[in-house]
Design a protein around this ligand. Structure first.
Ligand code: OFO
Length: 171
């Protein structure tokens, strides 16, 4: 049985993951309307992954005798000045999600809930990868600068960029 403090922390994390999914869906839609098809696909996929992160917690809470709450969501930001601004927002968001996950881990330790602590380790590892991926993308965008040809190639190649690829050693 989950302690109420843990249930509350996990329900809060469900909302954060759902908000992430919604935010990336809005980013994907923005990119699609700007003719950035590769970026849109990457972000649609990212939105799906965040939905899966949410779902895992929903099921965990219910399996452990708690009650998962499916939250109402605020309308996400839908306008961006540039790809640079969009991906900086994404990176900042992932850093804040990492902090939120660390908070849940801390509560688990305080409450001596080692099962949930163990469950949360998947999220801790995932955040390292997601932050690395977002930083890789920002590095690429900084290199490209205002170069239109570079942006064209970026949009073409980002579709194949995954969390795993961003961790591969540079060739
Ligand atoms: Fe990218 O955040 Fe989920 O965990």
């Amino acid at each position: 049985m989950l302690k109420p403090t843990i249930e509350k922390a996990l329900n809060n994390q469900i909302k954060i993951e759902a908000e992430s999914s919604q935010a990336y869906l809005a980013m994907a839609s923005w990119a699609e309307t700007k003719g950035l098809g590769g970026t849109a696909q990457f972000l649609y996929q990212h939105a799906e992954e965040e939905r899966m992160h949410m779902l895992k917690i929903v099921q965990y809470v219910n399996e452990r005798g708690g009650k998962a709450i499916i939250p109402a969501l605020a309308k996400p930001e839908s306008q961006y000045k540039s790809l640079n601004q969009l991906f900086q927002t994404l990176l900042d968001h992932e850093v804040s999600v990492s902090n939120d996950i660390n908070d849940v881990v801390e509560i688990c330790l305080k409450e001596k809930d080692y099962t949930t602590h163990n469950f949360m380790q998947w999220y801790v590892a995932e955040q390292i990868e997601e932050e690395a991926l977002a930083r890789t993308i920002m590095d690429k965008l900084h290199l490209i600068g205002e170069d239109k040809g570079g942006l064209y190639l970026f949009d073409r190649d980002i579709e194949t960029l995954t969390v795993q690829a961003s961790n591969a050693p540079a060739k």
